[in-house]
Write a protein that binds this ligand. Structure first.
Ligand code: RIB
Ligand code: CA
Length: 314
């Protein structure tokens, strides 16, 4: 099997961190060409630094990491320190990164990588879509060079940052609109799916038992990150949003989905960033997304535990 060539665009962030560990644990399946970072959970100065810290912890100081857009296209940046902490990785303490930040802008890396490819690049987007939207505007031809976007974002029922919107699409709804209307094959992993993947104490017990720096970081991040979600939702643990995207790339049979037209609200402040999914095709809008509906949560956590164990091997 040829490894899938992917670029991960992220805003680490606790769940982004776990997603990076999951992606880096299976190099025979996922060939991570680079990691691009964007402002989201915390400002760009921290998301780019956190990405480097996490790659060093995972033994991948060789990976090229790029800084992208420091704010959304039109709206002011909002961040989520209340969820992820002031550092974006509260709950653990990592040494200052030694690996370099690439001098090339993330947007230019995305354009160059996609244009140079034979159309086999998959983009895993784990944060606001600002970098990808700017790349599409700057070089529209990349739309014909991207195999698929698998996006963590959107909400069909309840939102998390507002009653109706999910954080990534709320932060930059205009970027989301550019991506959703670009004609690029897209799979949407919304809150309605990620809230099915709760990191319960039982599921975390298996990871905690690995007893390695990576497993300690995973559990330390989730212990902190979970408090907010458990208070808000009454869950028995935090939902693992971003790792669901990587799990979809590794084990798509853990998921069910359907084709539908997806649009995003960019006008009303009441529903800004809301994704509207025409499940029953009541409009004549052609489907533009593969909308994920369910996840095999136990299988997902077995995969994540396997990943942490693999990264913990000497
Ligand atoms: O709404 C959850 C998403 O927003 C996740 O990607 C989380 O990391 C934040 O970016
Ligand atoms: Ca994220």
């Amino acid at each position: 099997m040829v490894a899938k060539a992917i670029v991960i665009d992220c805003d680490p962030g606790a769940d982004d961190a776990i997603a990076l560990f999951l992606a880096l644990a299976f190099p025979e399946q996922l060939n991570v060409l680079g990691i691009t970072t964007v402002a989201g959970n915390v400002p760009l100065s921290l998301t780019q630094k956190n990405a480097r810290c996490l790659c060093e912890l995972a033994g991948r100081a060789d990976l090229p990491i790029y800084a992208g857009c420091p704010r959304p296209l039109l709206r002011p940046l909002i961040t989520a320190e209340d969820v992820h902490g002031k550092t974006g990785l509260d709950g653990i303490s990592l040494p200052e990164p030694q690996m370099p930040l690439q001098s090339q802008h993330a947007v230019d890396f995305l354009i160059e990588t996609c244009m140079r490819s034979t159309g086999n690049i998959t983009l895993a987007t784990l944060g606001p879509l600002t970098n990808l939207a700017v790349a599409i505007v700057k070089q529209p031809a990349i739309c014909q060079h991207i195999h698929e976007i698998v996006m963590m974002g959107g909400a069909l029922t309840q939102g998390n940052i507002t009653p109706s919107a999910e954080f990534n699409l709320y932060v930059d709804p205009h970027a989301a609109q550019i991506v959703l209307t670009a004609g690029i094959p897209l799979t949407m992993v919304s809150l309605d799916v990620t809230h099915q993947a709760i990191a319960t104490p039982e599921r975390l017990r298996a990871i905690r038992a690995i007893n390695s720096p990576i497993s300690a970081a995973t559990v330390g991040l989730l212990d902190h990150y979970g408090v907010y979600d458990m208070q808000r939702y009454g869950f028995s643990g935090p939902p693992l949003h971003d790792p669901c995207v990587i799990a979809y790339l590794l084990q798509p049979d853990f998921f069910t989905s359907y084709r539908a037209s997806v649009a995003v609200e960019t006008t009303s402040e009441l529903t800004m960033g809301r994704t509207v999914v025409d499940r029953w095709h009541v409009t004549n809008q052609p489907p533009n997304a593969n909308v994920v509906e369910s996840i095999e949560a136990d299988g997902f956590y077995q995969l994540l535990t396997q990943a942490i164990a693999k990264l913990s091997e000497p």
